[in-house]
Design a protein around this ligand. Structure first.
Ligand code: AKG
Ligand code: FE2
Length: 550
């Protein structure tokens, strides 16, 4: 198994977690594996939430690349996984990586081209080898400028703080791509905060920042924290290009812990990693880090700013890259809306979602409509692109195959659908009714509007339903019933002479996270769970937002 060349130093004395770990150890029997220093240290480290402030990896360079489909790569990497070895002399964790070890990502040599001060343009190939390589590297360094650093909002050049050369991204280009090599996806999986500014984050954007060269003797960068370029930046990525050097360790610190990435030729060999490889490290923006002094050669790096982004599954509502008019559905809907015979008086169009979404679970519902998939996403995007008001709602349709408990409604005989005002909640009510009585009272407990919806699709399989309200039933025996709803896309369409002048659909409200009805003690929330007739799987998910009403 390939493990980044790194040393982990823990300095956790000042943390409460240490105290907690000690107490845990005392409480547990020594024969249960507790009470020893290593368990205690591990325990404190995990409790400090610092186990993933940085990550890194290695990419081997081979002359001829055999392309392996990603799934096969995953399988073979797992099959061939070996136990890491600990090198007692260097205190590093390493894996052995022979040329056939496909648990290490692989790429072919790559080029970097730049605007030269001497010629019109020059090129260097990585790995840098031989005399020609040395000449190219010297030329690259000559075309770089002394590197500055940000201090109190200004760019400062001070060789007692940073001694390096840099080239701005506009002056060079390369066929090295951190996306292609899986680096960006790996960072997304390991480092990406689940939420920033209350928004769910599912993707990472790596923006190339600079090329840096640290050279022996005495190239270094003292301890610092990178300046975030925007509110969405969450970290930095450093990629070390294959070029002989010694020293220049990158040390990243966070909350009393530190990780050292040593990409020098000797350290890489000692760790059993292939020579002439690409190494990378990524870390959070609030991590202090430094580059130790170079003792030999040149350390050439590319630095990237890491931003959180919307990834696959979160694009529907904000997909500037998707042109809705490219979807086959677009023209069909546009033509329908242009036809005077289509909904001449206007109305609310409804289409049941065809994929399952946990629309009664707070956190999952909060991601809607952003996480709509397939046809559901296409519909949403097309109607929005055509300028209509669109929303996704939990619905109980009397035209669908939902149980038809309700008879005529005297006040609103045309209505065919209960449209929930909120998503992400499960109402639990003590209100009940019998087969033919009390349904109005029950429905009042679930905030909804009775609307007339022109359904364009059928409800689909029962699996797409979810309980939105649990209520009492009365009859010969008291029991518990549930109202199941489906998620649907609803679109407000104006009359044929002015499609924009759409009928009102009450706006969706924010679901409260937890509501207790004033006369319902908190403990009674547990009551429905205890009742034998209730489908327990329905309530056992702790994420469900229970809205208790009496
Ligand atoms: O080259 C490195 O390892 C880190 C460089 C760095 O910290 C920076 O450019 O801000
Ligand atoms: Fe930095």
């Amino acid at each position: 198994m390939s493990v980044p060349v790194q040393h982990v130093n823990d300095a956790h004395e000042e943390y409460d977690e240490e105290q907690w770990a000690r107490e845990q150890a005392e409480r547990n029997r020594p024969d249960a594996g507790w009470g020893d220093d290593i368990s205690r240290e591990l325990c404190a480290f995990l409790a400090s939430n610092s186990s993933t402030f940085s990550c890194g990896g290695t990419i081997r360079i081979v002359c001829h690349l055999i392309l392996v489909p990603p799934l096969c790569r995953f399988q073979s990497a797992n099959e061939k996984r070996r136990s890491p070895k600990t090198n007692k002399d260097t205190n590093t964790v390493s894996g052995s990586a022979s040329d056939t070890d496909d648990s290490i990502a692989t790429t072919t040599p790559f080029a970097l081209r730049w605007d030269s001060n001497q010629d019109r343009g020059r090129k260097i190939t990585f790995p840098v080898t031989g005399e020609n390589g040395k000449v190219d590297l010297a030329a690259l360094q000559q075309d770089c400028e002394p590197a500055s650093f940000g201090y109190q909002g200004k760019d400062v050049h001070d060789e007692t703080y940073r001694k390096a050369f840099k080239m701005d991204r506009s002056a060079f280009s390369s066929d090295f791509c951190p996306y292609e090599l899986g680096i960006v996806n790996t960072i997304a999986q390991v480092l990406l905060p689940e939420r920033m500014e209350g928004i769910f984050t599912t993707g990472v954007r790596a923006e190339l920042y600079k090329l840096n060269i640290y050279s022996a003797p005495s190239g270094f960068f003292k301890s610092h924290v990178d300046t975030p370029r925007s509110e969405t930046q969450f970290g930095s990525l450093v990629v070390s290009l294959p070029c002989h050097h010694e020293g220049g360790e990158l040390i990243v610190r966070h909350a009393g812990h530190s990780v050292t990435f040593d990409w020098g030729t000797t350290a890489v060999a000692a760790a059993g990693l292939p020579a002439n490889s690409i190494h990378w490290a990524a870390f959070y923006s609030d991590c202090e880090h430094e580059v130790k002094e170079l003792t030999a050669g040149h350390r050439v790096t590319l630095t990237y700013n890491l931003y959180y982004d919307l990834g696959v599954g979160d694009l529907a509502a904000h997909a500037p890259a998707l042109q809705a008019s490219s979807l086959p559905l677009y023209e069909k809907v546009r033509d329908a809306l242009a036809a005077p015979t289509f909904l001449p008086q206007g109305g609310i169009l409804g289409m049941f979602c065809t994929h399952a979404y946990a629309h009664n679970i707070g956190s999952a519902a909060a991601a809607l409509p952003g996480v709509l998939k397939g046809a559901d996403m296409a519909l949403y995007a097309v109607f929005r692109a055509l300028g209509l008001r669109v929303d996704v709602r939990a619905v109980f349709s009397r035209d669908g195959n939902c149980e038809d408990e309700d008879d005529e409604d005297e006040e609103d005989p045309g209505f065919n659908t209960h449209v929930g005002r909120r998503l992400g909640e499960l109402v639990v009510t003590h209100t009940g009714g019998s087969d033919c009585d009390g349904w109005d009272r029950i429905w009042e407990q679930w905030p909804n509007d009775k609307l007339t919806v022109c359904w364009l699709t059928k409800p689909g399989s029962d699996d797409l339903q979810q309980a939105s309200m649990v209520h009492m039933t009365y009859g010969n025996n008291a029991g518990i019933g549930a109202i199941y709803t489906r998620l649907a896309t609803l679109v407000c369409v104006g009359p044929s002479d002015n499609r924009g002048d759409a009928p009102d659909m009450p706006k969706r409200e924010q679901a409260p996270t937890l509501t207790f009805s004033p006369n319902l003690p908190a403990a009674s929330l547990a009551a429905p769970v205890a009742l034998p007739v209730l489908n327990l799987t329905l309530l056992s998910n702790s994420e469900l937002t229970l809205i208790a009403r009496s």
